[in-house]
Design a protein around this ligand. Structure first.
Ligand SMILES: NC(=O)c1ccc[n+]([C@@H]2O[C@H](COP(=O)([O-])OP(=O)(O)OC[C@H]3O[C@@H](n4cnc5c(N)ncnc54)[C@H](O)[C@@H]3O)[C@@H](O)[C@H]2O)c1
Length: 214
C-alpha cells in the first residue's frame, strides 16, 4: 500500500506498479487519526504488515518555497512543517504499525533519513534536525521491536535523482544515486538476508560524508 498526502500522485503511483494488488491511501502523516486509518485500511485489505517504509518528507525551504530565507527569519509554520512531516509522521507510523508487527512476531521498519541528518544544513535546519532524529528513532524502535522479531533500520541517502536538480549536488563518485540504487538497499534490509541487522543507519551517498580535502 502506498500512502501520501497528494491523492493524484499516490493514485498514479499505485496504478503504475506492475503488481495487481497495489493500493493507494491518502493521509497527512502529521495527523494521528489519518495515520491510524491508513494502517487500518492496509490491514483490512492485506491482513498483515510485513514492511513499513517512512518516506514522506522534504526540506522545508524547498517544499514551502522559502528560497534563501535564513533560519533566523523562518516563520514558525516552517519549523512545524519541517519537524512534523519529517520526524513526527515517522513516529506516528511506527507507533501505528508496531502492535501488528509485534503480534505477527515479524516486521521491518525503514526510516528514510538523509546525509543532511549527519552533515547539518544551514538552508534546511528542521529537515536536518528531523533526519538526525530518525536515526535515534530507529535505534529506539529497534530496541522496542527486538524481543518480538521486529527490526528497524534507517537509510540515509545523499542526492538521489528523484528530481533533476539533485544531479548538481556534490558526491565523491561524481554523480547522484538513481532511485533504484536506494530501493535495492531498502529491499536488502527488508529481506531475510538482513535478519541480523537492526538499529543501524545505512548511508548511501557516493562517499559524500567521507569528509577530507577536495
Ligand atoms: N531525493 C533526494 O535526493 C533525497 C536525499 C536524501 C533523502 N531523501 C529522502 O527520501 C524521501 C523521499 O524523497 P523523494 O525525493 O522521493 O521526495 P519527494 O518530494 O519526491 O516525495 C516526498 C513525498 O512526501 C509527500 N508528503 C509531503 N508531506 C506529506 C504529508 N504531510 N503527509 C503525507 N505525505 C506527505 C509528498 O506528497 C511527496 O509525494 C524523503 O524522506 C527525503 O527526505 C531524498
Amino acid at each position: 500500500m502506498l500512502v501520501d498526502a497528494d491523492r493524484t500522485a499516490v493514485e498514479a503511483a499505485a496504478s503504475a506498479l506492475p503488481v495487481g494488488r497495489a493500493m493507494a491511501a491518502v493521509a497527512d502523516v502529521r495527523r494521528w487519526n489519518e495515520v491510524e486509518q491508513a494502517v487500518a485500511a492496509a490491514l483490512a485489505r492485506f491482513g498483515r504488515i510485513d514492511w513499513m517504509i517512512n518516506s514522506a518528507g522534504g526540506a522545508e525551504h524547498r517544499v514551502l518555497g522559502l528560497g534563501a530565507t535564513p533560519f533566523h527569519a523562518y516563520p514558525p509554520e516552517a519549523i512545524d512543517w519541517g519537524l512534523d512531516v519529517n520526524l513526527k509522521g515517522a513516529v506516528y507510523f511506527c507507533r501505528a504499525v508496531l502492535p501488528t508487527m509485534i503480534g505477527q512476531k515479524r516486521g521491518v521498519i525503514i526510516n528514510l533519513g538523509s546525509v543532511s541528518g549527519l552533515e547539518g544544513s544551514a538552508s534546511a535546519v528542521c529537515y536536518s534536525a528531523a533526519k538526525s532524529g530518525l536515526i535515534g528513532l530507529t535505534k529506539s524502535i529497534a530496541l522496542c521491536g527486538a524481543p518480538h522479531g521486529v527490526r528497524a533500520c534507517c537509510v540515509s541517502p545523499g542526492p538521489v535523482l528523484t528530481r533533476p536538480g539533485m544531479a548538481a549536488m556534490r558526491t565523491r563518485l561524481g554523480r547522484a544515486a538513481t532511485p533504484d540504487e536506494v530501493v535495492d538497499l531498502i529491499l536488502y534490509l527488508c529481506s531475510s538476508r538482513a535478519a541480523f541487522i537492526t538499529g543501524s543507519n545505512h548511508v548511501i551517498d557516493g562517499g559524500r560524508v567521507c569528509g577530507g580535502p577536495d
